[in-house]
Design a protein around this ligand. Structure first.
Ligand SMILES: Cc1cc2nc3c(=O)[nH]c(=O)nc-3n(C[C@H](O)[C@H](O)[C@H](O)COP(=O)(O)OP(=O)(O)OC[C@H]3O[C@@H](n4cnc5c(N)ncnc54)[C@H](O)[C@@H]3O)c2cc1C
Length: 392
């Protein structure tokens, strides 16, 4: 399937995403939450209908479309009953693959045909066919907010490398077939300049069995701690010596906007569920929605959700048109996270005892949204970034 920005294609994409969610995700989500991971088959099925490659060039095996299509797809899936955990696990490649694609283009520009073909055939295409799971490993046990201080090291061994160190909280890290890991390459210098992205193969010697981490939410999204002891890395798996930090920074905007979308889309889903509940649930002989305080709470939920959505859409449009929007993406994330936390909390409250029960969908969203203000840049770090960018 190929999509473009025209409304008909966008509508077809939204229909597809909703139907796929209803058929392939919501009937099984409770089981996957208990399992602690998504089945690998889901990636293949999402690829078969064209959802896995939305926003990625068809020449590379993607489905085409732009970032606005990714936004529309995410909204549609969460609106049809998927969850932030599903989105994070099924589309983990969304934060990892862009770095491989950047290096592919650098190799094409440098006329390194074999090197480019290798990345395309061995990683990009299999990931987009749903046959390979690709994670991004940046955060370390010592700290995640300050990426420039990461300590996992690569040592040169003849023409190749070995990597030693540890990563933690890595999404899809239990199931990953490859991990794009940020490592320190001593000869490229200290701080941010000394960071390189390398693709690690979990089947390599020295790559310990990933440790699955138990979490507050996002249960269907496996999260791992990884340990490396002199894991060998071939030169063709090095994604640009010393270019790691710049590559990560290049994709911060889309990563933060994606998390903003997950946040307000989850808020919208909680609002929809709560409106329906408030119309049906009776207390003291009248439906909940007949009470002014309940109606006003619903309006507050709607206001916060819509403000977050409209702001994120506006920033997304400008981002697609090529503007540099580091501060705005951070603010979109923060605004949407605040909306999601407020709305999910209000949804649980208005559902009463049922809101606290595992069998209610809002209970899962309440737990799932909590990570959004931590991952992909903690709220305080985002605020500080905006302060610096505004010269405060
Ligand atoms: C479910 C989940 C999935 C994740 N997936 C991935 C992944 O796939 N890949 C990956 O690399 N990482 C992943 N992460 C890691 C995530 O990006 C980090 O947790 C995040 O960047 C924060 O880093 P940290 O946990 O080390 O917190 P720290 O950096 O130790 O910060 C702790 C807290 O201190 C506060 N803080 C930090 N710095 C400042 C400051 N300068 N001023 C004021 N307050 C501050 C914030 O409240 C912050 O939450 C994931 C995390 C979670 C929870």
């Amino acid at each position: 399937m190929s999509v473009s920005a025209d409304p008909q294609s966008r509508k077809a994409l939204v229909d597809l995403a909703q139907k796929f969610t209803g058929r392939e995700i919501t009937p099984f989500l409770t089981t996957w939450e208990t399992d602690g991971m998504l089945p690998r088959d889901l990636h293949r099925r999402a690829a078969d209908v064209g959802l896995l490659g939305i926003g990625i060039d068809p020449k590379l095996g993607g489905s085409g479309g732009d970032f606005a299509d990714v936004v529309a797809m995410t909204e549609a899936m969460i609106g049809a009953g998927a969850s932030g955990g599903v989105i994070s696990a099924l589309f983990t490649h969304g934060i990892a693959l862009p770095h491989v694609i950047d290096e592919y283009h650098r190799r094409v520009d440098a006329a390194d045909v074999d090197g480019a073909d290798y990345l395309l055939a061995q990683t990009i295409e299999p990931v987009l066919r749903g046959e390979m799971i690709l994670s991004l490993g940046v955060t370390e046990p010592d700290g995640g907010s300050d990426v420039s201080r990461l300590r996992t090291r690569a040592e040169r061994v003849n023409e190749s490398w070995t990597v030693s160190g540890a990563k933690t909280y890595i999404t899809s890290g239990v199931r990953a077939d490859r991990v794009v890991a940020a490592v320190r390459t001593p000869e490229t210098g200290e701080g941010a300049a000394g960071i390189t992205l390398m693709m690690l193969d979990p089947a390599s010697p020295g790559y310990a069995t990933p440790r699955a981490l138990a979490k507050m939410g996002w249960w269907c999204s496996d999260t791992a701690e990884l340990a490396f002891n002199e894991v060998p890395v071939a030169p063709r798996d090095v994604l640009g010596l010393g270019l790691g930090f710049a590559s990560l920074a290049n994709h911060f905007v889309s990563e933060r906007l994606s998390l903003a979308v997950t946040a307000y889309a989850t808020a919208q889903r909680c609002l929809d569920l709560t409106e329906a509940w408030a119309k049906n649930r009776e207390t003291f002989g009248r439906p909940l929605i007949s009470r002014q305080i309940v109606r006003h709470t619903l309006v507050d939920m709607y206001r916060r959700t819509d403000v977050a959505r409209v702001y994120t859409h506006a920033i997304t449009d400008r981002y697609i048109n090529g503007e540099q929007l580091i501060a705005e993406a951070a603010l979109a994330k923060q605004t949407a996270v605040e909306a999601a936390e407020f709305v999910a909390n209000a949804a649980v409250q208005l559902h009463g005892g049922m809101g606290y029960m595992r069998e209610s969908e809002v209970e899962r969203h309440y737990r799932d949204v909590r990570v959004l203000g931590i991952g992909g840049g903690a709220t305080e770090v985002m605020t500080d970034l905006v302060a610096r960018l505004r010269g405060y």
